[in-house]
Design a protein. Sequence first.
Length: 262
Amino acid sequence: MILETGELFMNNKRLIPILTLIIFLGVLAGVFTHMKNNHNPDAHTSKSKSQVKNAITNSSHKTKITPELMVVNKKHPLTSDYNPYNGSTTDNNPSGSGLSPATNQAKTALIQAMQKAGFKISENVSGYRSYRYQTILYQNYVQQHGQAEADTFSARPGYSEHQSGLAFDLIGANGDLPTDDQMYQWLQNHAHNFGLIIRFPRGSNASTGYMGEEWHMRYVGKANATKMHQQHIATLEEFTGLPGGDYNQDSKQDIPAISEID
Ligand SMILES: [Zn+2]
């Protein structure tokens, strides 16, 4: 005890500058906190501001969501019985049955124009796919590739745009999915004239949830497709302002695709 008191006494000279420093730091901290509270009112309100911003984004889309702009993606599923244009539930409707009449007409006109332009494209497509048929496809892919990889190129049942009746895959004359660059370029320049878009452009998977699929066409109507083309808006998610990308961790957070239609 004596030693400790003696030490304290002996170091008194050193203690004074240390205490001064502590007091100085205390005052500095006080001033800083004061400044923060006075000059950064966002510390209290930024959350409510961003909540308001989100509410605005959610309630007023960039574009009115008409039925032809319905977004079916990994966050916007369809119910298992959704089949508004009565497609076959046991195959991929190669003739175009199960597509909306406007989508079917656009499909036929596009294929004719592509054939005229020299592309070897089949008249058959992979069109409407029912929930039941998508289940079989997806399960096969998961068995072959594992779920993580399958999710990058095949939709889980209920989340496939093929079930909407507004989308179809072009098929090459050889039966394969066509992937050549020239065709991709041609579609980028001409698809809008038919009211169609490349639904999953290359390099847009953060927005769409899928890697590039230049064969997968989506009908949005001529006015919308032309607007997207002119304004260089690559994806339906960006055009509508609706969220896309990967699946929700909890499917309870999903919003039914149909309920987003204004
Ligand atoms: Zn497709």
